[in-house]
Design a protein around this ligand. Structure first.
Ligand code: NAD
Length: 256
């Protein structure tokens, strides 16, 4: 049902972004993949996705920590019916030790990029008379964990920005919502394990069981396919009146 629509997914050469791109492509949307790198394997990923789902897929390099590149991504794509703000990074440290450059880049990539892409995409959606914005927030957009100050601040900010975007588009055929994943085993989560092992003086297994999945009552990681299918649902007619809200896909984390 998404044939003829173009979806731009930021930070989509791995993890949740790539999972969302797959599901949107399966539903028929043409895809723009993005990250800050420009490797042969990034373009190969685009070719593979196009072949698999018989849609058009382009890879556009743009660094989501830079305002001009966020806006240029949308401009270069030329069309944007579905915008998925997914690019994100993490850093784990206590507040007094939290490096300022890490704070700045987390706020830029996880929060400010969504402002720039949304600002550039809305005129295109308005011209087309239809649009869907899906912001990939987090359970950390609703609750907090120690040592993740910048991430939690950015994700709470992204949930707030989602609500404002929804209000500014409420009378149009445009919706904006946030998906709040719990723990999904992706490269981003994998990369947190060594730091968390150090922080808590635990083994890998202990970190997974006692720290990561400690607050996820299902005791299972959520999957990138589940995030993708939730995004596809938000693009469907059934979700036309769902706007300005969050959908938690977190195994019960935020029910506690
Ligand atoms: P990931 O590291 O696999 O993916 C992050 C993506 O963002 C990659 O494609 C990476 O290339 C891209 N990226 C990073 N910096 C960028 C930049 N400056 N410009 C452009 N692209 C950039 O991690 P993931 O787990 O798939 O995370 C995707 C999103 O989901 C993030 O916003 C993350 O906060 C959120 N999230 C993840 C989990 C989880 O458990 N994995 C839980 C909640 C929310």
């Amino acid at each position: 049902f998404l044939r003829g629509r173009t979806a731009i997914v930021t930070g989509s050469n791995s993890g949740i972004g790539l999972g969302v791109a797959h599901r949107l492509a399966r539903a028929g949307a043409d895809i723009v993949l993005n990250s800050f790198s420009d490797r042969e394997e990034d373009h190969a990923l685009a070719r593979k996705l196009a072949e698999e789902h018989d849609v058009s897929v382009r890879y556009i390099k743009a660094d989501m920590s830079r305002s001009d590149e966020c806006r240029a991504l949308i401009g270069q794509a030329g069309r944007c019916d579905i915008l998925v703000n997914n690019a994100g990074i993490q850093h784990v440290a206590a507040i007094p030790d939290f490096p300022t450059d890490k704070w700045d880049s987390i706020i830029a990539i996880n929060l400010t990029s969504a402002f720039h892409t949304t600002a550039a995409a809305l005129p295109m959606m308005r011209k087309a008379g239809w649009g869907r914005i899906v912001n990939i927030a987090s359970a950390h957009g609703m609750t907090a964990s120690a040592y993740k100050s910048a991430y939690v601040a950015a994700k709470h900010g992204l949930v707030g920005f989602t609500k404002v975007t929804a209000l500014e588009t409420a009378k149009e055929q445009i919706t904006c919502n946030a998906i709040c994943p719990g723990y999904v085993l992706t490269p981003l989560v994998e990369a947190q394990i060594p730091d968390t092992m150090k922080e808590y003086n635990m083994t890998r297994d202990e970190v997974i069981r006692n720290v990561m999945l400690e607050r996820q009552p299902s005791k299972e990681f959520a999957t990138v396919e589940q995030m993708g299918d939730t995004a596809v649902f938000l693009c469907s007619d059934a979700a036309a009146q769902i706007t300005g809200t969050t959908i938690s896909v977190d195994g019960g984390w935020t029910a506690q």
